[in-house]
Design a protein around this ligand. Structure first.
Ligand SMILES: Nc1ncnc2c1ncn2[C@@H]1O[C@H](COP(=O)(O)OP(=O)(O)OP(=O)(O)O)[C@@H](O)[C@H]1O
Ligand SMILES: [Mg+2]
Length: 334
């Protein structure tokens, strides 16, 4: 069996690896290695030489931050396929880093460095609202993606089944397990008590299971798959979109539903949420009922599940969002 290079921040080994890939010239030396921003799943590094910098991202068969947790080893290659599928569409590729190279043996991407930037997680802070200009760009990216890369325009498939199964577990199953080992009171005191009835809610769970099966079925439309503030970067050159490692062909309503869920959890004004839908439907079509169901499932899992966000919402507000989400899923029961 071939050995996979396990990259680290150690400079001389990195330099040898990068030269072996042809990603550094033979006379070029590595000046600095930095962590460009907070990430959990992968090893993401900024490589600096005297003349330039670029980003490398390696996926391994575990989660970088929690090495005891297994994860699909080849996910960087699925991410690469996404970059390859959007490469010819300027309006999309200009909003993402350029994919400079792919090491398919060691599951490493070489990406354009977008420079010092921060992601949009600051939206979850109190009193921060997204400008209409930023909202337009954020929605334009997905409406353009969904209307240009779909089964009517490409023969390509990108099932990304393993990543979808991982996400499925965390959206539709894990949050509702009685003994999942997560102490919600350590997230916010009182949350465990509020969460308890959701774990015993057979009607809700049946709805979530139906929606989860839909998420696992192949759909028509290429989705980024993890479209939330952590994947939107604020750079000097405007908003850039990164990290499509959960991409797949699915329901566009999933992508919009997730986006809306995060706008709601970031306490954005109702009018902004309505604008998001209007902006999207100028170009793409949307089954609103399905979109709201996906939105509700995302809100539930982010408040009750493992992938917690830096939310500043009070306990009362979280309870309200949970109740609203439950009723969206259960009301549409037919
Ligand atoms: N091309 C880039 N240019 C500049 N910075 C980048 C680039 N790609 C990633 N980063 C920075 O590195 C961070 C982690 O990258 P990314 O989200 O792709 O990794 P990840 O391991 O998939 O993270 P997560 O576990 O949050 O999904 C980003 O939040 C961003 O700050
Ligand atoms: Mg990621």
């Amino acid at each position: 069996m071939k050995n996979i290079a396990r990259l680290t921040t150690e400079k001389s080994a990195l330099e040898t690896y990068l030269k072996g890939q042809g990603w550094l010239l033979l006379n070029e030396s590595l000046n600095a290695v930095e962590i460009p921003g907070a990430g959990n799943m992968n090893l993401t590094l900024r490589i600096k030489t005297r003349e330039r910098s670029f980003i490398i991202k390696q996926s391994r068969d575990y989660v970088e931050k929690y090495p005891q947790v297994p994860a699909p080893e080849k996910r960087a290659l699925r991410e690469a396929e996404f970059y390859e599928l959007i490469a010819l569409e300027d309006s999309l590729s200009s909003m993402m880093p350029v994919l400079n190279g792919v090491d398919r043996i060691n599951n490493v991407l070489n990406l354009e460095d977008l420079g010092d930037s921060r992601d949009y997680s600051f939206l979850y802070e109190e009193g921060v609202s997204l400008s209409l200009e930023d909202l337009k760009e954020i929605i334009a990216f997905i409406s353009q993606l969904h209307t240009t890369v779909n089964t009517a325009t490409t023969q390509a498939t990108l099932a990304n089944v393993e990543m979808r199964k991982l996400n499925h577990e965390h959206i539709y199953n894990y949050p509702y397990l009685d003994d999942n080992g997560l102490n919600l009171d350590s997230v916010l005191m009182g949350l465990a008590e509020i969460a308890a009835p959701y774990k015993n809610d057979a009607v809700l769970k049946a709805e979530l299971q139906k929606l989860g099966n839909r998420y696992l079925a192949n759909g028509t439309t290429l989705l980024h798959g993890d479209y939330f503030p952590g994947s939107w970067l604020k750079t000097k050159a405007g908003i850039k979109i990164i990290d499509p490692e959960f991409c797949f062909f699915g329901d566009p309503e999933f992508e919009m539903g997730v986006t809306l869920a995060h706008l709601k959890m970031a306490a954005q004004p109702e009018a902004l949420i309505d604008s998001a839908i209007d902006l999207y439907t100028e170009k793409g079509s949307l089954d609103r009922q399905l979109c709201f169901k996906y939105m509700a499932a995302e809100i539930l899992r982010r408040i009750l599940g493992l992938a917690q966000l830096p939310l500043t919402l009070t306990l009362a507000k979280r309870k309200e969002l949970l109740e609203e989400s439950r009723s969206i899923l259960v009301r549409s029961n037919h």
